[in-house]
Write a protein that binds this ligand. Structure first.
Ligand code: RP5
Length: 181
C-alpha cells in the first residue's frame, strides 16, 4: 500500500472486472453508465487485495434480480455491499431493506440535478433501515469504508488501512515541507 496513495487517487480506469468468485465485497450499480464512478472504488479494493465482485443490479429495471441478489449475498459470504445509483436512486435503500449486511450508498451524479437528487434519495432513509452514504461520486470513500468495516474483525485489512492512512499523512507533510522551504 505504501507509496501508492497518489496513484490510486488519480486512477480513473473504468476497465474493471471482479477479482473473485468468493467476494467479501460486492459492488453493484444501477446502470453501466455508473461504471466510470464505481470503477474508482473497485480500483481501491484491488489496491488492498480485497476479493470483490462487480455487477449491474437495477432497482427499477431488474427488481427481481435485485431481490435475489440481496437475499443471496450473505449466503455467498459477502460481508459488505457498495451500491451506486443516480437519479431516483433507490438501489442502496432497497438492498438494505432486504439484507442485514451493511450497505454503503454512492450517489452518482448523472442527471440535470447535479447528483443532489441521488444524494437525497440515498441519504434520507427512514429509521430502521440504514445506508451509509458517501459524497456524490465518491466511490473511493465507499471502498475505503468497506475495507474499514472488514478491518474491524480482520487484522490484515486493519493494518493495511493504518498503513494507507500513514502514507496519506506523509504525503501531505511532504507537500507542506516543500511550501515552507
Ligand atoms: C439509475 O439511473 C442508474 O443508477 C443511473 O445512474 C441512472 C441513469 O441510468 P441510464 O439511463 O444511464 O442507464 O438507475
Amino acid at each position: 500500500i505504501e507509496g501508492k496513495t497518489t496513484a490510486l487517487q488519480q486512477s480513473e480506469s473504468a476497465d474493471v472486472v471482479g477479482t473473485s468468485k468468493k467476494p467479501l465485497i460486492s459492488v453493484i450499480m444501477g446502470s453501466d453508465s455508473d461504471l466510470p464512478v464505481m470503477a474508482t472504488g473497485c480500483n481501491i479494493l484491488k489496491l488492498f487485495d480485497v476479493p470483490f465482485e462487480v455487477t449491474i443490479v437495477s432497482a427499477h429495471r431488474t427488481p427481481e434480480r435485485m431481490s435475489k441478489f440481496a437475499h443471496d449475498a450473505p449466503l455467498r459470504g459477502v460481508k459488505c455491499i457498495i451500491a451506486g445509483a443516480g437519479g431516483a436512486a433507490h438501489l442502496p435503500g432497497m438492498v438494505a431493506a432486504m439484507t442485514p449486511l451493511p450497505v454503503i450508498g454512492v450517489p452518482v451524479k448523472g442527471s440535470t440535478l447535479d447528483g443532489v437528487d441521488s444524494l437525497h434519495s440515498i441519504v434520507q432513509m427512514p429509521r430502521g433501515v440504514p445506508v451509509a452514504t458517501v459524497a456524490i461520486n465518491n466511490a473511493t470513500n465507499a471502498a475505503l469504508l468497506a475495507i474499514r468495516i472488514l478491518g474491524a474483525s480482520n487484522p490484515e485489512y486493519f493494518t493495511k488501512m493504518a498503513n494507507f492512512m500513514n502514507n496519506m499523512e506523509d504525503e501531505v507533510l511532504k507537500k507542506a515541507d516543500k511550501l515552507e522551504t
